[in-house]
Design a protein around this ligand. Sequence first.
Ligand code: PMP
Ligand code: GLN
Length: 398
Amino acid sequence: MTAPSPAPQAGSRPLLNRRLAAFGTTIFAEMSALAVATGSLNLGQGFPDTDGPAEIAEAAARAIRTGHGNQYPPGPGVPELRTAIAAHQQRFYGLGYDPDTEVLVTAGATEAIAAALLALLEPGDEVIALEPYYDSYAACIAMAGATRVPVTLRPRDGAFRLDLDELRAAVTPRTRLLLLNTPHNPTGTVLTAAEMGAIAELAVERDLLVVTDEVYEHLVFAGAAHVPMASLPGMRDRTLTISSAGKTFSFTGWKVGWAVGSPALVSAVRSAKQFLTYVSSGPFQYAVAEALALPDAYYADFLAGMARKREILSAGLAAAGFEVYAPAGTYFITTDIAPLGETDGIDFCRRLPERCGLVAIPNAVFYDDKEAGRTHVRWAFCKKDEVLEEAAARLRRL
Ligand code: PMP
Ligand code: GLN
């Protein structure tokens, strides 16, 4: 699972380069394949089992039928979508961006992250990332020839929290950027306004760039609030904000993402992006422009539905004996398997399909400090209520 792929050889030299050799196959592909192979319920990879709004799917079909985006769209993205992204930042956060110079459409948040790191880092730079970290961060930092410096979120009072002193201590003269993720995958932590403020102060004081992955911005449950890093004093022009339509509109396969920031940052990121995909998802870009403009009721209903699903799965996990870290955001729940007498999440997830027909993700793969995540396992609840109820029933077999 975390083992590197067998390295094919050409002569004496491994084919896969040193930068990538450690990464193997992503846990998401591996676990989804395991779910298919064993016929298990897949609470591993985070994708919904219900598609997004029918009128948005229809907008994509209409775009194809009417010849919108069937040929290469413009490099920065179609103007309709860039305008809609800027309007979204204004509507939800009061942040003004110029759609022509400060917005870049990408092939999902994944490409925005890759392009940002490839564009902004020099070999030898250090990047601070919250650990557990989303798996593509580590791979993209490595592809850029930079070094990741994890700062570990640790359980405190039932949630995973950041130690600000540890964060401050991690900054060195070589630190180039902070790679943030809030709401945070896999822990479900939403950084508080105070934490975000302290991070912003640190970035200003040490002159750091911040790349902030906010793909779960609309999945923040009652009691927490999403504070965009770019909204904090001194941060607008040193922050690249990344998000995506996949999670908010339940069309993860469309791969429409974006990055917004100052003209200088966006132009730097575009320099890398143009040589990765150049462009992607033409007709879907028009549909996502319509999705972003959906009324507040769409966003509220989406969140209410996920809040209900969170309750169903949390109750099932707690009844089965797991320690449940209630997520303040995202559609993932991290649990501790130690109360079940289990000591290793990777081993636990490997055996789970045969034990009870379920698939989950071992958080250990998102850590450098494997010990810190050894007994943590992540469950996705973006599934039909009846699937979650069946999962809860199966968990009782453990
Ligand atoms: N960042 C995080 C934290 C994620 O969980 C995901 C998965 N949605 C991504 C980035 C990738 O997003 P996309 O599917 O839009 O590439
Ligand atoms: N973001 C999704 C998750 O965390 C997976 C996306 C992917 O497969 N790369 O489950």
